[in-house]
Design a protein around this ligand. Structure first.
Ligand code: SAH
Length: 221
C-alpha cells in the first residue's frame, strides 16, 4: 500500500470510520472540538499492533506489544480535554509513551512534548513512527517516568498514562506554578482519574472519574 493510502486509511480505517469515532466521543461527553479534529487526523490504525488496524477506531484498548495496550480513544480525548481545560500548556511531560498515539495527539496541540517510556522496544517503535509521521516537537526518553524528566521541567502540563498507587513526589515537584497534571491513581485494576492543579496556595487535587490503566511500574526493561 502506498504511503498516502496508508495515512488516510481505507475501509475500517477510513475518514467515515474516524467520523463515527468522533460521534461516539461527543456522545460520551467530549466537548473540545480542537481535540476531536486532531483525533480525526491522527492515523490511529498505524499505532496499534499489525492485525488490529481494522479495529483501531473502536472505543477499546488494543494490544501494542510487550503486554501493553493503547489507551481507548475516550481516555485519550478525556485526559487531553482535562489537561487543556484552563488553557493550553506549552511544555508537557507525558509518562508512558506506549505506542505514541497520545503523544501524537498532544504534540498537535501544544508546543513541546517530552515523553518517557520504561520498555525500550516500545519507546523505539514510537520514536520511529512519530518521526516518520513528521512530528518534530517531541523528545523521547527510555527511563522510569516515576522520576519524571527534571532536565526539561518544570512542566505546565503532566499527563500520566499508567497508574501509580500514589502520585509520585518527583512528578509533583516538576509541576510548574499554574500547571496541571492528569493522572490515574489506585493500587488495583480500578483507579480514579485525578487532576492536580498547582495553584498559588498549593496543590489542589480533584477526583474526576473511574479509570482502568495498566500499573505504573518501577525500573526499566
Ligand atoms: N499513551 C499510551 C499508553 C500506553 S499504556 C498509548 O496510548 O499507547 C501505558 C504505558 O506506560 C506502557 O507502555 C507502560 O510500559 C508505560 N509505563 C508503565 N510504567 C512506567 C514508568 N514507570 N515509566 C514510564 N513508562 C511506564
Amino acid at each position: 500500500m502506498n504511503q498516502r493510502l496508508e495515512l488516510e486509511g481505507s475501509g475500517m480505517t477510513s475518514r467515515r470510520t474516524r467520523l463515527r469515532m468522533l460521534d461516539r466521543l461527543r456522545a460520551q461527553g467530549i466537548r473540545n472540538e480542537a481535540i476531536l479534529e486532531v483525533m480525526l487526523n491522527t492515523p490511529r490504525h498505524l499505532f496499534v499492533e499489525t492485525g488490529f488496524a481494522e479495529r483501531a477506531y473502536e472505543d477499546t484498548a488494543l494490544p501494542i506489544g510487550q503486554g501493553q495496550t493503547i489507551s481507548q480513544p475516550y481516555s485519550v480525548a478525556r485526559m487531553t480535554e482535562l489537561l487543556l481545560e484552563y488553557g493550553r500548556p506549552d511544555n508537557v511531560l507525558e509518562v508512558g509513551t506506549g505506542c505514541g498515539y497520545q503523544t501524537a495527539v498532544l504534540a498537535s496541540l501544544v508546543k513541546k512534548v517530552s515523553t518517557v517510556e520504561r520498555i525500550l522496544p516500545l519507546q523505539q517503535r514510537a520514536k520511529d513512527l512519530l518521526w516518520s509521521l513528521k512530528y518534530r516537537n517531541i523528545r523521547f526518553k527510555h527511563s522510569d517516568g516515576g522520576w519524571g524528566w527534571p532536565e526539561y521541567g518544570p512542566y505546565d502540563g503532566i499527563l500520566v498514562t499508567a497508574a501509580p498507587a500514589e502520585i509520585p513526589e518527583a512528578l509533583l515537584k516538576q509541576l510548574a506554578r499554574g500547571g496541571v497534571m492528569i493522572i490515574p491513581v489506585g493500587a488495583g485494576r480500578e483507579q480514579i482519574l485525578q487532576r492536580v492543579v498547582h495553584e498559588e496556595q498549593g496543590l489542589v487535587v480533584e477526583s474526576i472519574e473511574h479509570a482502568t490503566f495498566v500499573p505504573l511500574l518501577a525500573g526499566v526493561i
